[in-house]
Design a protein around this ligand. Structure first.
Ligand code: FNR
Length: 342
């Protein structure tokens, strides 16, 4: 029997493959100009980009952002390759929405990734709005357990739901419900958008519910509004109209800065190289997520994913060297490194 939630996963991947413009190439980070140290007074080899996240040491602050899961060979391959590469490179990985496990139990295998990534940070993922559509604490627990996850993402995607013909659009009381789950789950809860950005008001609401981790997932990269446009066959162009809606990631980081004494931020949405990552850390991100750039390599092999991660790490270290910053503490929130914001 075909299950719409399971089929949707493949439709999303195919839409991204067919239409390169689902990645909006916003280049928002290019508006931030950093300084250059001609006398860095450091050796390139001594730069230490490692960092702690959720009590584990990462080789540098990269997160393989949430992408997929489901009962398809391709989806299992993607997740397995991402998990093997995340473990080998000691970076964090989040899975895509685990809702499909509950409509289609054969999808569980695609999330059982701990055997491939025994030591690194793994994060589960469920849709926040699903708490208004029958999802409960037990299912959140099951989502964490299958992955032996270090934490659980709640993705918040009102734009995506609003432009989908079959979208779940009742977001009333969701902050309360996530807060309730968060107090009972036993692992930390993180909030994320999916490419339109968390606002300062969202972070304030999350903090009031005891949530400390916020993945801004701003605009400039993958546009879910545009992806959903390809799944509409009723002549509506609402998904195209809203394809660039939202807070570009660097602006979302700036808006979130006043909360940094209480909130841990993750930057994602349109980050495309190690320089974007360095700028994100300067603006207050503890971790930097990328999804779209890792999708194609993950369809190929774990080695292809490792090659992209190693390139990102090299770029990140090179930028740290040129900024004269030997470690993450010298980079984090160091706005003196910015010479101009356009
Ligand atoms: C995603 N994203 C996503 N997010 C989420 O919370 N649950 C999900 O199931 C998915 N699925 C998904 C599939 C694919 C193929 C992509 C490319 C992305 C969103 C992702 O985690 C991230 O927040 C945004 O894509 C922004 O990052 P990029 O793609 O601009 O680097």
């Amino acid at each position: 029997m075909t299950d719409p939630t399971n089929e949707r996963k493949i439709e999303h991947i195919r839409a991204i493959e067919r239409d390169p413009e689902t990645d909006r190439h916003g280049h928002w980070f290019d508006r931030i100009l950093l300084t250059n140290r001609a006398l860095p007074e450091l050796a390139l080899d001594e730069i230490d980009p490692s960092t702690d996240f959720l009590g584990k040491r990462l080789s540098f602050p990269l997160l393989v952002s949430s992408m997929t899961g489901g009962d398809h060979e391709l989806v299992r391959t993607i997740n397995t390759n991402l998990a093997i590469a995340a473990e080998r490179c000691q970076v964090a990985m989040a899975v895509g929405s685990q809702r499909v496990m509950f409509t289609h139990p054969a999808a569980e295998a695609s999330f059982a990734l701990r055997e491939h990534a025994p030591s690194t940070v793994l994060i589960g993922n469920v849709g926040g709005v699903q708490l208004n559509y029958g999802f409960d604490l037990d299912q959140c627990r099951r989502a964490v357990d299958i992955l032996a996850a270090d934490a659980l993402y709640f993705h918040l995607n009102p734009l995506q739901e609003a432009v989908q013909p079959e979208g779940d659009t009742d977001f009333r009381g969701i902050a309360d419900r996530i807060g309730e789950v968060g107090r009972q789950l036993g692992v930390p809860v993180l909030l994320k958008e999916v490419g339109a950005g968390l606002s300062a008001a969202d972070i304030a609401l999350g903090l009031s519910q005891g949530i400390q981790y916020f993945d801004l997932a701003g605009s400039g990269g993958t546009s879910w509004s545009r992806i959903e446009h390809h799944r509409r066959h009723d002549g509506s162009d609402i998904g195209l109209r809203f394809q660039d809606w939202g807070l570009p990631t660097p602006l979302a980081l700036q808006q979130a800065a006043p909360f940094l004494d209480r909130a841990t931020l993750i930057a994602s949405g349109g980050l495309r190289d190690g320089i974007d990552m360095v700028k994100s850390v300067i603006l207050g991100a503890s971790l930097c997520g990328m999804a779209a750039p890792l999708l194609q390599p993950a369809m190929e092999s774990a080695e292809a994913v490792v090659a992209v991660i190693e390139r990102l790490r090299r770029e990140f270290i090179t930028a740290m060297f040129l900024l004269g910053t030997p470690d993450m503490s010298a980079l984090f929130r160091n706005r003196a490194l910015i010479v101009q914001e356009r």
